[in-house]
Design a protein around this ligand. Sequence first.
Ligand SMILES: *[C@@H]1O[C@H](CO)[C@@H](O)[C@H](O)[C@H]1NC(C)=O
Ligand SMILES: *[C@@H]1O[C@H](CO)[C@@H](O)[C@H](O)[C@H]1NC(C)=O
Ligand SMILES: *[C@@H]1O[C@H](CO)[C@@H](O)[C@H](O)[C@H]1NC(C)=O
Ligand SMILES: *[C@@H]1O[C@H](CO)[C@@H](O)[C@H](O)[C@H]1NC(C)=O
Ligand SMILES: *[C@@H]1O[C@H](CO)[C@@H](O)[C@H](O)[C@H]1NC(C)=O
Ligand SMILES: *[C@@H]1O[C@H](CO)[C@@H](O)[C@H](O)[C@H]1NC(C)=O
Ligand SMILES: *[C@@H]1O[C@H](CO)[C@@H](O)[C@H](O)[C@H]1NC(C)=O
Ligand SMILES: *[C@@H]1O[C@H](CO)[C@@H](O)[C@H](O)[C@H]1NC(C)=O
Length: 863
Amino acid sequence: MHPGAKSVLLSLVCVSFLLNGIHAEWSEEPGSVILGCGLDKGGGKDADGRQWSPDDKFLVENDDSITSKASYQDPSIMSEIPYMSARVFSSETSYKFPVQPDKRYWLRLHFYPSFYGSFDPSDSFFSVTANGVTLLSNFSALITCEALSQAYIDREYSLAPLNSDTLTLTFKPSDKSDGAFAFVNGIQLIQMPDLFDSAVLVGNLDQNMDVKSMNLQTMFRLNVGGQYISPTQDSGLTRMWYDDTPYLFGAGVGVTNAAAKDVQINYKTMPQFIAPPSVYSTSRSMGQNEKVNMGFNLTWVFQVDPNSMYLTRLHFCDYYYSRVNEIVFDIFVNNQTADATADVIAWTGGQGVPTYKDYVTFVQDGEGDEQLWLALHPSPETKPEFFDAILNGVEIFKLNDTDLSGPNPQPSEMSIKQHEAESEFRNHRPYNKSAVIGGAAGGAAGFAFMAAICVAVYHKKKRPPGSVAHSSWLPIYLSSSSKSSTSGKSINSSNLSVMAQGLCRYFSLQEIMQATKNFEESNVIGVGGFGKVYKGVIDNGTQVAIKRSNPQSEQGVNEFQTEIEMLSKLRHKHLVSLIGFCEEDDEMCLVYDYMALGTFREHLYKGNKPLATLSWKQRLEICIGSARGLHYLHTGAKYTIIHRDVKTTNILLDEKFCAKVSDFGLSKTGPNMNNGHVSTVVKGSFGYLDPEYFRRQQLTEKSDVYSFGVVLLEALCARPALNPSLPKEQVSLAEWALLCKQRGTLEDIIDPSLKGKINTESMNKFVDAAIKCLSDHGTDRPSMNDLLWNLEFALNLQENAEGGGSTRSAPVTACEFEDVSLGENDMASHYKNLNLGSEHELSSDTGENPTAIFQQLVNPKGR
Ligand SMILES: *[C@@H]1O[C@H](CO)[C@@H](O)[C@H](O)[C@H]1NC(C)=O
Ligand SMILES: *[C@@H]1O[C@H](CO)[C@@H](O)[C@H](O)[C@H]1NC(C)=O
Ligand SMILES: *[C@@H]1O[C@H](CO)[C@@H](O)[C@H](O)[C@H]1NC(C)=O
Ligand SMILES: *[C@@H]1O[C@H](CO)[C@@H](O)[C@H](O)[C@H]1NC(C)=O
Ligand SMILES: *[C@@H]1O[C@H](CO)[C@@H](O)[C@H](O)[C@H]1NC(C)=O
Ligand SMILES: *[C@@H]1O[C@H](CO)[C@@H](O)[C@H](O)[C@H]1NC(C)=O
Ligand SMILES: *[C@@H]1O[C@H](CO)[C@@H](O)[C@H](O)[C@H]1NC(C)=O
Ligand SMILES: *[C@@H]1O[C@H](CO)[C@@H](O)[C@H](O)[C@H]1NC(C)=O
C-alpha cells in the first residue's frame, strides 16, 4: 500500500465530490437511436429517465415481425422499458439505420427471454449480423441467462467505421432447429469517439496491432478498487463500470485506495471520455509489506471465449507518489510479460494525471484456455523505492473483424435438472414457464454483457469442487455515488417522498399513532438496533409491522434512510416489503408487511432448547427462500447489495412459511466522507461475523455467505449461533460444526427431532454446502447461486426419499412475539464504543458476559 495514503478499508468509496462541476467532454450525438423494440408510439422512459423510442420506423418494409409484451416481469427487472416489450421475428428481418460512414458506433442489444405470446423462449435460437459482421450466432438468450442465473442480458459492441451510410442489423432465426425465432427488447446505436488506436501485442512486445479498424465486444469493464458507475455517471459514453472484487484471484487481494478529497484528476491532453474521474480516483495496490508483495502476484482472472483475440485496456493514475521510480512493476497478461517496467509517474509525468495502456493477447483454444489472467508484480530490476503495484481500471474487449459470436454457455448439471423439472411443469401449465425460470433462478439479473461467457461453462471443465469461479459477474456494490447528491445526514421528508414517489406510501404521524394505539407497549413485537417494532393495523384491517426509530440515535437516522432507499427499490418475494414510511416531528417510522409467523429462529429453538416445530423439508424451504432473497440482493439489483446482518432473526416468515429477508438497516454503510476518506466499522452480529471481514475489514457479498452458513447450521442443529453456557469449543456454532465435521461427528449435533426423519443424502448435501460457506477465505465460499442449487438439490433428495414429496407438515400455529426488553449493561456500551452493531441481540440472546466471545472473534483461531 502507499504508505500514508488514504487507505480505504471498505470497498465502498464515495467519489461524488470529484464529479461535481466536471462536465463530460463527449455528449451524445443527436443521431443516436435508443429503441425499445415493440414500444407503442411515443416510446417511454426507463428507470434512469432515459427516453426509448419505438423501433418500427427503422424496420425494412415487408417484415413479418410481431410485437409482444413479456408474459411475466421478473422481480429483478426494475425498469419495464426496454425489457417488457419485444419484437419477435419468425423469419430473417433487418433494421436499417442511417450512420456516418467514418465513425465508430456503440451497438447495445438487450434481451429478456420470456414468453412472448405463444413464443417459448427455449425455442429461440438466432443470429445477429451488423453489415455482415456476425455478432451472435445460434444464440439462445434463455440458455445464456439461465447459465448466469439472471433474468436478462445486455451485449455491448463497438463497431468500426462502416464505410457506408447505412447500418443493416439483421436478425435471423436459426434454420437448424424447428420453430426457431429471434427477438430483441432494446437496441442502442450511439456514435462514439475514437476510443481505440493501436495496442502492444503481448508476447511480441515490439509489435503493435492496429485496433482502429477492428470490431469489438465488451467483455468486462471494471472500476478497480472502486464501485459501480452507472451510465449516467460515465463521462458521456453511457458505459457501466463494475467493481473488480469478484475477479480477484487467490488470497492476495491487496488493498484499495481512494484519492484524498483535494486531489483533482488532471486529464491534461487525454480526453475525459476515456474513463470518468471516479475510475481514476480509486485503485487497488498490493499492500504495506514489501516482503509479502514480492512473494505474490496481484491477480485477476476473467472467463473468455477461447481461440480469440482480446484487447486488455489498463487504466492508471497515481495520486500518492509523484516521482519516477518510486514504484515500478511488471504487468503479465496470460502469464506473458506485457510490460516489465510499468511506472505510472514516468508515463504520466505527475500525480493525479491519468493514463491507459492497451495490450492485445490471443487466447488459445486448449484445455484451460478459456481464461484471461491479468497479474501485477513489483519489478525489482530497476531498484524502485517501494515494492508495490497499482491499477485503477480495466476493460477487456474481444476483437475480430468479421465474427464476434461465441458458443452458448453449457448449463451446469443442476440447471439441466432444474430444466427437466420445469419442462414437466410446463407441460401442464404451458405459459407460465418464465415465472418458473425467474423463481428458480432467484430472479437475478443484471448487465451482463460482460459475462458473455459464464459460470456454467467452467463447470464443464476442471472447476475444482467447492471452488468459486471468479464469475460472480455482477461485481457491484450498492453505490452511494449513484445518488451522489444525497450527502446530508438528516432526512428531508420532502426529498424522500419525491424519491419514493410511486414506490411507497407516506403515512402521517396521526395514522401511525392510530395504527399502533399511540405506540402502546403491548403492541411491541420486537426490538432492534434501530428501535422498537410495533404491530399495527391500517386501512381497517391490514396488519402491518411498524418500526419506530429511536429519535436520539444518529445511527437510527442513517439506517432509516438506508432502509427506505433500499426497500423502496427492491421488490422480491423473499424480501420483506416496505409499505411506507412516516417522518414527522422527529418521529421516524417504517411500515412493513406484517409477517405473521415471526422470525425463523423462534421456530427453531427457544433459549437453548430445540422446539421441533419445523420439519426438515420446511427448514429447507425456508433456507431456500432466504437464499433466493439474498441472491437477489447480491446480483439482482443494479448494485450488489450486501446485507451484512444475515441471521435467523432477520429471516421472517409469513403466514404460509414463506421466508423473507428483512432488516436492511446495515446493508449499506454510508461512507464517512468527513475526513476525505472512508473509515470503516465492523458491523454485524456475533456468531455470524465473517472472520475474513473481521480481519481484513473488506466487505464482500461472501461475508453474507458466511453468515448464511451459520443460519444453515442453526436450521440443522436448532441451537443459537453463540451459546456461552457451553464448553468453550462449543460456544460458537460455526467453529463447533467445523470441528465436528472434521471429526466426523456432525450427526451427533443435529436437532434430535430430525434424527431418523432426515434423508442422509439430503443432509450430507446440506452440510457440505453449509461447511463451504464457512471457508476461511471468501473466495473459497460458494456464491449464493451455487448455494441455491445445492439447497434445492437437498430438498429434491428429501422429497424423493419421502416419496412424491406431498407430505407437508402441519402448519405451526401463529407465533407469539416476545417483548424483548433491553438490558443496558456494561458490555453493551462497551460494544458501542467499539462500533459493533447489534449489541442488543447479543445481550438478550445470551445473558452472559460476552467478553470471551468478543475475544474469540478477535482471534479467530485455526479457522
Ligand atoms: C475471428 O473469428 C474467427 C471465427 O471465430 C476466427 O477463426 C478468427 O481467428 C478470429 N480472428 C481473430 C483475429 O481473432
Ligand atoms: C497462468 O499460470 C497459472 C499458475 O501460475 C495457471 O494456473 C494458469 O492456468 C495460467 N494461465 C494461462 C492462460 O496459461
Ligand atoms: C507472477 O506471474 C508470472 C507470470 O505468470 C509468473 O512468472 C511469476 O512466477 C508469478 N510470481 C509469483 C510470485 O507468483
Ligand atoms: C446451438 O446451441 C445449442 C445450445 O447451446 C446447441 O445444443 C446446438 O448444438 C447449437 N447448434 C448449432 C448448429 O451450433
Ligand atoms: C400464470 O401464472 C399467473 C400467476 O402467476 C396466473 O395468473 C396465470 O393464470 C397463469 N397462466 C397460465 C396459463 O397458467
Ligand atoms: C432535496 O430537496 C432539495 C430542495 O428541494 C433539493 O435541492 C435537493 O437536491 C434534494 N435532494 C435530493 C437528493 O433529491
Ligand atoms: C427540505 O426540503 C424543503 C424543500 O423541498 C426545504 O424547504 C427545507 O429547508 C429542507 N429541509 C432540510 C432540513 O434540508
Ligand atoms: C374504514 O371503515 C370505515 C367505516 O366502516 C369506512 O368509512 C372507511 O372508508 C374505511 N376506510 C378504509 C380505508 O377502508
